[in-house]
Design a binder for this molecule. Structure first.
Ligand code: UD1
Length: 338
């Protein structure tokens, strides 16, 4: 009995593979390595003592996926595979719709063929849009995503919901991630953005290591305690453990559930910069810039549903996230490149 991780060589997938193996699951990773590195597999082996079974395939190619289902007894799927660069999705929307939807549709057709009925999907807090009050609760209306990436997440949530309504033995857990940062405490796996990072923490760590000259803070006139944007940063190891609880839930229930994975705490950009400086005894050069289009004042989770349904809560602190992000960056200044 194995759990299939599509896009399992990526940042969140690799951490989830580690936590699943630690919890006693057999893990099969499929990944086309379009935004990840095969070296991650050896690192997972170093951490857990087990090399995950790996197929370098594209999830949208159903025949290749069938081979994986033929050769393994897949009892549940965690679907990470997908493009995730927000600015790119605005410039090349068709690339995002084609890839993110094709991978999901092929996967669901193949799961149906092999009678695999449990899926956990990597959704995003971006589905709450900019009209809801914080904290975001799972029963709030979704929609109003400001970019094509966010809309693919919404569309896939709808597709999975339709499938769950149509087949009563189907189970889907839609995990709405807040802002995953940090890295495995070993420093062996972590986030390795391709090119200039879009997200805050990789930009902070690349500035600390000297790859970037300074961090630009995107606006100090937000309606928040210090004027900078507030987000719910969650340690990727906590997030990964949330997936272990979610796949257990999905294999034991039917129907569809959207569940937030966050800490419930909001931290501003200044809070993150100061926490990073304090935790690691490092100064981050900062420049104040303009607002980034599409950014909202505040985004943090209501965490009660995850606690109630999954018995899961985030445990690690912002200090842990800052220390582990820096530990990973220091040990791997160029990510997985030599
Ligand atoms: C972003 C995406 C979101 C996606 C998520 C995935 C946008 C508008 N939103 O969320 O759809 O699901 O990443 O990880 O791109 N900041 C700076 N300077 C920087 C980078 C960020 O000040 O160089 C600020 C931002 O204005 C924001 C906060 O840091 O207030 C967090 O930004 P980021 O890490 O990009 O995450 P989100 O915008 O929450």
């Amino acid at each position: 009995m194995s759990i299939l991780l599509t896009g399992g060589a990526g940042f969140i997938g690799s951490h989830t593979a580690v936590e699943l193996i630690n919890a006693g699951y057999d893990v099969v990773i499929v990944d086309n390595l379009s935004n990840s590195n095969e070296k991650v597999l050896n690192r997972i082996k170093t951490i857990t003592g087990k090399y995950p079974k790996f197929y370098k395939i594209d999830v949208s190619v159903a025949e290749d996926l069938c081979k994986v289902f033929n050769e393994n007894n897949i009892t549940g799927v965690i679907h990470f595979a997908g493009f995730k660069c927000v600015p790119e999705s605005t410039k090349i929307p068709l690339k995002y719709y084609r890839n993110n939807l094709d991978t999901t549709l092929s996967l669901l057709e193949v799961m149906n063929k092999y009678n695999c009925t449990a899926i956990v999907f990597s959704s995003s807090a971006t589905v709450y849009g900019d009209k809801n009050p914080v904290p975001f609760k799972e029963n709030m209306p979704v929609g109003g995503a400001t970019n094509a990436y966010g809309r693919t997440k919404l569309m896939i949530e709808d597709i999975l919901t339709d499938v769950a309504v149509a087949s009563t033995d189907f189970s889907a857990v839609l995990l709405r991630y807040f802002n995953p940062i940090g890295a495995h405490p070993s420093g062996l796996i972590g986030e390795a953005p391709d090119g200039i990072p879009n997200n805050l923490m990789p930009y902070v760590t690349q500035t600390a290591v000297g790859v970037r000259e300074f961090l630009t803070i995107y606006g100090t006139d937000y309606n928040t305690h210090d004027g900078t944007g507030v987000r719910d940063y969650i340690h990727v190891v906590d997030l990964a453990r949330g997936h272990v609880a979610a796949i257990k839930y999905a294999t034991e229930h039917t129907g569809v559930e959207a569940i937030n994975l966050g800490t419930g705490n909001g931290s501003s950009v200044w809070d993150v910069v100061h926490a990073f400086e304090k935790a690691n005894n490092i100064q981050i050069p900062v420049v104040i810039g303009k607002r980034r289009p599409g950014d909202i004042d505040e985004c943090y989770a209501s965490v009660d549903k995850a606690a109630k349904l999954l018995g899961w809560r985030a445990e690690l602190t912002l200090e842990d996230m800052c220390k582990d992000s820096w530990n990973w960056q220091k040990k791997n200044p160029k990510g997985y490149e030599d």
